[in-house]
Design a protein around this ligand. Structure first.
Ligand code: NAD
Length: 490
């Protein structure tokens, strides 16, 4: 049986094929035991009518190899095309986006010589659930979904990453001063899981100050774990301040499948010129080699790459850091790395990767059966205590309250009305700006609980009065604890 590990390779668009060729050339020379299977993704697939940028049969290769090395793709302009990255991440459950951001001072110019951090971004949830609706003439909604299993997986991943990579600190970033339930859950789970890792220093920062500190004092961070949208933004800030967008790799990790890519796009402005920097994809390939249990080859490639940078061999995107000579083309750069295989850098810190006892591929094979395992029994006692009815109306809050209070619904009592979350009835402020979108909170008239039949009766009463309800959200308690936020000003 061959000892080559099959991997799927998608060269992508623009500079993708050039940097993929350069990367594979280095991997082959370094003795990587891989058997690449090439698939086509991106522009050609979009234009062939596959709205996600990937042909249906290519999923078979991904399922078989469970590893994808992907070049950047060009998303065609215009509507109807879905992001290939989001599709791959969500379809294959790639829950962790791992992005190391390192500076290579003094060989690559940067304002932050001592920066060496890793951002672990939750990759599937949050506002990226893609659940959006237009609800009224004036109001659009995007649902932010955060789940306990999602938080547990990503936070545990961040701590495990810290332990395996000899990192000392994990910083959690959220906005739980405002989003007390969703971001609050992320923070709570972080506090819970951190107790299992007493050897790791922990801290929490509100995302706004966290992002500001990251931009000005990145050296104070080690591993950062955060929700999807914040992670998306701060990982670009972090990559940008290292010196070049062409250097940074990223890994998208799931229980069964993983995808490795550079963070940059397809760079159509330099495509076909042979000058693109292959480093982002090459360093992504290093992460891939560790993932498939070839840490020795990963270490060899990474150290040779560091030595190459240290020897002043760089591509055109880094020409600002060049003191003498000319920038190298993509293939010449790859050959320079090959020439240095077996060498280590003398000024930059060499890397040392420890071979894991079990590779991620072995682990993923072991968990293969559990993709759709039955959900566990609920752990809390849930009680239905009311309902928020969202109403499209153009009249004032007082008028609406009058209409709603006149409904004959013995199970419910109208408690408040808010507009964009702010309480406007009873006792609103004349200064509060109101739109055509009202949240009307009905609570159990007996102060205890209601049934689903009571909800239906309420909806019928609303429909009979010609009230345009656009959606409802049940108000529940879990073990007696409120499972919904109060209105602002309530
Ligand atoms: P880009 O990253 O492609 O390019 C931004 C700038 O950086 C350009 O000047 C480019 O020449 C330069 N650059 C990028 N990578 C480089 C490299 N390896 N070597 C040297 N210079 C490099 O971003 P963009 O121009 O905003 O996007 C172009 C296309 O890429 C768009 O269609 C976009 O949707 C797509 N994109 C894809 C991915 C992905 O597939 N993961 C990510 C980002 C953007």
């Amino acid at each position: 049986m061959s000892n080559l590990v099959p991997i799927t390779v998608a060269p992508g668009d623009g500079i993708g094929p050039e940097i993929t060729e350069a990367t594979l050339r280095v991997l082959r020379a370094a003795g990587a035991l891989i058997a690449p299977e090439t698939i086509s993704v991106g522009e050609a697939q979009y234009l062939a009518g596959h709205s996600s940028g990937i042909a249906p049969e290519s999923w078979d290769s991904l399922r078989r190899t469970r590893v994808l090395l992907k070049g950047p793709i060009t998303t065609p302009q215009g509507g109807g095309f879905k992001s290939l990255n989001v599709t791959i991440r969500k379809t294959l459950g790639l829950y962790a986006n791992v992005r190391p951001c390192v500076t290579y001072h003094p060989f690559v110019k940067t304002l932050h010589p001592a920066m060496d951090l890793v951002i672990v971004r939750e990759n599937e949830e949050d506002l990226y659930a893609g659940i959006e609706h237009r609800q009224t003439d004036q109001v659009y909604q995007c649902l932010k979904l955060v789940t306990r299993p999602g938080c547990e997986k990503i936070i545990r991943y961040a701590f495990e990453y810290a332990v395996k990579n000899a990192r000392r600190k994990v910083t959690c970033m959220t906005k739980d001063n405002i989003m007390k339930m969703t971001d609050g859950l992320f923070h709570k789970v972080f506090d819970e899981i951190s107790k299992e890792y007493p050897q790791i220093e922990v801290e929490h920062m509100i995302i706004d100050i966290g992002a500001a500190r990251l931009a000005t004092r990145p050296e104070r961070f080690d591993v950062i774990v955060t929700l999807n949208l914040y992670g998306d933004i701060i990982s670009d800030i972090a990559a940008e301040i290292t010196g070049s967008v062409g250097l940074a790799p990223s890994a998208n990790i799931g229980d069964r499948i993983a995808m490795f890519e550079a963070i940059h796009g397809s760079a159509p402005d330099i495509a076909g010129k042979g000058i693109a920097n292959p480093s982002g994809l090459l360093l992504a390939a290093v992460m891939m080699l560790i993932h498939i249990g070839q840490s020795d080859v990963a270490e060899k490639v990474h150290n040779a790459w560091l030595r190459t940078i240290e020897d002043g061999i760089i591509t055109a995107d880094l020409r600002g850091s060049l003191s003498v000579g000319r920038p190298f083309g993509s293939m010449d750069f790859a050959d320079a790395v090959i020439d240095r295989l077996g060498q280590e850098p003398s000024q930059l810190k060499p890397v040392h990767y420890i071979e894991p006892e079990q590779t991620a591929l072995d682990a993923s094979a072991a968990t293969n059966a559990s993709a759709h395992a039955p959900l566990p029994d609920p752990v809390s006692v849930k009680a239905l205590v009311g309902v928020d009815v969202f109403v499209n109306a153009r009249q004032s809050a007082d008028f609406l309250a009058g209409q709603l209070s006149a409904l004959v619904t013995p199970a419910f009592h109208l408690q408040m009305i808010t507009n964009r979350g702010v309480k406007v009835w009873p006792g609103g402020f004349p200064e509060t700006f109101c739109t055509d979108h009202w949240r009307c909170r009905f609570v159990a008239a007996n102060g205890a609980s209601v049934t689903h039949f009571d909800l239906i009766e309420l909806m019928q009463a609303l429909a009979q009065r010609g009230i345009d309800f656009i959606k409802t959200e049940n108000l529940c308690t879990f073990d007696g604890e409120r499972g919904y936020a109060l209105g602002q000003g309530q």
